[in-house]
Design a protein around this ligand. Structure first.
Ligand code: LLP
Length: 440
């Protein structure tokens, strides 16, 4: 069994995270419950930041907040010195509510609305990562109307196919994101920006995909971007101050995954950039990256109460928990794999192989297939590891199941950072039919 971060087994034979007994957490806060190991998030953040420092490279490490957005996590990453990547007005609003320094926020997205652009400009956003021609002209126009300047990066699709699930691939040419390199769109974008009065081009951005274990894809993307930069330098006398190489660094979900330490990604990316900078005789730009999953993914564990059990003789044993695709849609959406333990029987031998079913009304609502576990009974607590990224942030109310609470744990202390949704919350936005329609 692989335990992440501060996770350990205490003298009661229970799983403990951040010095807190998970069975106490389940009793005090209820289940399902997302538990975050704060020390592990800090360790990962410092892993990125310190490696750039050690290499003497000016950098920004922006937390890709889509992995898990909440006021508390924004406060935590702010204290760790990270910047923030947001992709919607909602994420921006949460960041502002958290008091996150707006000049360290980067606004992404392939279809920002006028309202979102205005909101970001009024707040004094650090920069926009512009995705397409529509947004470029809309941004210049909105800036003119508000008499505000905007700093931007333009997102480029470098034509790299990283090895990962198709749905989380983004760097290939046939992608909804960014300006394409091959067809000359990136050049056209640069020429257009050079005619603008309010928009300043800080640099370029690329993101090749997610849950990537090899550094080759990042290195190839960096090489392509620097070829373009050299070209722009010669043709348009333009050199960017910033090169953003996106996020996507892989984490260990199961024993089949073998990620490299976050420092290695940074070292290899910087080494590739150094080669290109020398080759083309350029000034070293600032290097920005935007990890999401690798900051919070394995720091998150979901606790569930085990309930019903069904055995199909000679076929399969199903063990059902009190959550499922409503709090973790990744197995249903990407066939994502997870490992889990019975948190109150950590010292018991595995005795059977079971499949963990969610409680949603859908056959596809299976969290884990064929998991070896000790014999469990109802009210045992199942802990599913590595649910910290894209778990809560993709949670939903399918079957009107309230979204779970979130607690942070560190040094023997637990702190509730997102409350459990209540049934009242679920109907809060519903508007009952008015009498007049009822009578028809
Ligand atoms: N930057 C950009 C522009 C991105 O699109 C993403 C992720 C990231 C950074 C952060 O990637 P990360 O370091 O977290 O891999 N829901 C999917 C993942 C979607 C990723 C979308 N973009 C999942 O659960 O696997």
């Amino acid at each position: 069994m692989f335990l992440h971060g501060t996770s350990t087994v205490n003298n009661k034979g229970h799983l403990e995270i951040g010095g807190v007994d998970t069975i106490d957490l389940a009793t005090n806060y209820g289940t399902p419950l997302y538990v975050y190991d704060v020390a592990l998030i800090k360790e990962r953040a410092q892993g990125f930041i310190k490696t750039f420092d050690k290499l003497g490279v000016k950098a920004q490490v922006a937390y890709a907040s889509k992995a898990f957005s909440s006021i508390a996590v924004f406060q935590l990453v702010e204290e760790e010195g990270l910047s923030l990547d947001v992709v919607s007005g909602g994420e921006l609003y949460t960041a502002i509510a958290a008091g996150f320094p707006v000049e360290r926020i980067h606004f992404h997205g392939n279809n920002k609305s006028v309202h979102e652009i205005e909101m970001a400009l009024q707040a004094g956003i650090g920069c926009f990562v512009v995705d397409n021609f529509y947004e470029l002209t809309l941004l210049e126009e909105t800036c003119r109307q508000l008499q505000k300047k905007a700093k931007i990066l333009i997102r480029i699709t470098p034509g790299i196919e990283a090895h990962t699930h198709d749905y989380i691939l983004t760097g290939q040419e046939d992608s909804k994101f960014g300006f394409d390199l091959q067809s000359g769109q990136a050049d056209e974008a640069l020429k257009l920006i050079q005619t603008f009065d309010f928009v300043e081009l800080l640099g370029i951005h690329s993101h090749i995909g997610s849950q990537i274990f090899e550094t080759t894809g990042f290195i190839m993307a960096a090489e392509k971007l620097f070829e373009k930069i050299n070209d722009w330098n010669i043709k348009f006398k333009y050199t960017p101050k910033v090169v953003n190489l996106g996020g996507g660094f892989g984490i260990r979900y199961t024993s089949e995954d073998d990620p490299i330490p976050v420092s290695r990604y940074v070292e290899e990316i910087v080494a590739a950039v150094n080669v290109k900078v020398k080759e083309y005789n350029l000034e070293m730009p600032e290097i920005w990256i935007e990890p999401g999953r690798s900051l919070v993914g394995d720091a998150g564990t979901t606790l569930y109460s085990i309930g019903s059990r069904k055995e199909v003789p000679n076929v399969r044993k199903y063990v059902a928990v009190d959550g499922g695709m409503s709090d973790n849609i990744r197995p249903a959406l990407y066939e994502a794999k997870y490992e889990a333990v019975i948190a109150n029987r950590m010292r018991d031998e595995n005795e059977e192989v079971v499949s963990i079913a969610g409680k949603c009304c859908e056959s596809g609502d299976m969290l884990i297939w064929d998991l070896p576990l000790p014999k469990s009974t109802s009210d045992d607590i199942l802990a599913v590891f590595c649910t910290g990224a894209y778990g809560y942030s993709m949670a939903n109310n399918y079957n009107r199941i309230p979204r779970p609470a979130v607690v942070f744990v560190e040094n023997g202390q637990a702190e509730l950072v997102v409350k459990r949704e209540s049934y009242e919350d679920l109907v809060k936005l519903d508007v009952p039919l008015k009498k007049v329609i009822k009578q028809k």
